[in-house]
Design a protein. Sequence first.
Lengths: 318, 272
Amino acid sequence: MKQYETKEFKDTRSGFGAALHELGKINDNVIALCADLTGSLKMDAFAKDFPERFVQTGIAEANMMSVAAGLSITGKIPFAGTFANFATGRVYDQIRQSIAYSNKNVKICASHAGITLGEDGATHQILEDIGLMKMLPNMILINPCDYNQTYMATMAIAEYEGPVYLRFGRPKVPNFTNIDEKFEIGKAIVLKEGSDLSIFATGHLVWEAIEATKVLEEKGISVELINIHTIKPLDAQTILKSVAKTNAVVTAEEHMMNGGLGDSIAQLLVLEKPAPMEYVAINDTFGESGKPADLMKKYGLSAENIIAAAERVIKRKK
Amino acid sequence: MLDVSILEQKAKEIRIDVIKSLKEAGSGHLGASLGLADIFTVLYFYELHHKAGVSDWHARDRLILSIGHAAPVLYVSLAHSGYFHPDELKTLRKLGSRLQGHPALCYKLPGVETTSGSLGHGLSIAVGMAISMIIDKTSHKVYCILGDGELQEGSVWEAAMSAAHYKLDNLVAIVDRNEVQIDGNTSEVMDIENLEEKWLGFGWDVLECNGNDIADIIKSFNIAREKTKPVVIIAHTKMGKGVPEIEGNYKWHGKVPNSKQAEKFIDAIINT
Ligand SMILES: [Mg+2]
């Protein structure tokens, strides 16, 4: 197996910001839009160096999404950035009609997703955004796990023609993937092969799953660990191949149990290959203020929760 | 010299085809399409720089119909301009048609510039297009048709604010001021006055015209074209214009005529 180690801690949003700045240099059609959160989204470098291609919309997200649609109709590649909360529920109708149904080349760049937004509390901690976005036909949904992968994902979606929801976060987390690792939309990454259990993790939970895997392996459980950075379209082939081998599944995500990655995988398995499965996700509750790491623990999203889920599912296997 | 009577005749033909296609469809919105027929005639046969044979001509002006329920008048105007064969109008609202109940980009009907139906999106989309044209340093324009009831959607005013902020001198909004909406008169449902002051307050230039008077509409566009900031034309129209027995009656917002009524309505249009 490849060894994944924490060399540094970096926020995924900075990976987005760095890639967006790079895209500004190499692609004249890339336009960035932001609704009064330029610093938080790390879009300031783009705004400074490409002011003629930066559209500040003020605190008016509905307008931002439809302006982005208008830009895309005229051939631009708009990257519209705000907090995940305001990039989804607040503007669902704009996204549905003018971006998804119209199948326009708009990149919805959603930062501060999930409970690790932290101290600002539940008003800003959206845990439903994956469900909202994956229900929309034509929408691609990507949730990278660290700085490097967010950088690569941002570069990749600029090359893809069509609507994309790119989900990333606020806190500094381990940056462990290789920056040279190819990012292919819709292609899951097998981090480690194993035979007793498949763990499918996305976003910030991939690192927790790596930590959990180390402990499980010490306990003699052979884990196959897969990073699902693209939640839609789901890499059914890789998932089914793994479950055919392990016949036990744990999914891990920083999202509501309803409508998240776990549900997508459960649906696939019900149709193709039913197997015992456990969710690591938030169970029908809003978050609260606190430090990201403390919230992950309190709301059941830490490595310990993945280990416990793994042990439960192994027992159910027979 | 422009012959207004030719355009007036064209507006009649458009109204007649709107009635025919809605009768054929058996459902839809007659009122707004009749009320907007004169404005669409001026747009497609006078004002817009466009080429029906080359619907993706990069230098064309763009028309955004924000009130998607007025789709019939858009489709009929496009067919009369040569974007597609008028026979296709008979497919309006039918299974497999490119003429969806509300305009939809994904059906790739030539001349349709955006998807609309859910209200309050169009002006923002027009702003995005106008910004794009400024980035590309092109000189064509974006026209956006809004309903007066639609102005109750807050997102319209987000868009209005941004158009003034970005000094979009290539953007012309047209408000279909027929003073009615589904539930009744706008003044009773949710008053939108003082409309002129609202737009002025948002940093726009404001023109007013009789939206059912071809010569007056032309005059407004001639002035609007020269403006150096976003301009809105408040076009006073009558819902159902051209058919005296339904003119101004909000109950014809979402209704269509049966065969007998259609015949009668068409006669009324021919004989005025
Ligand atoms: Mg009205």
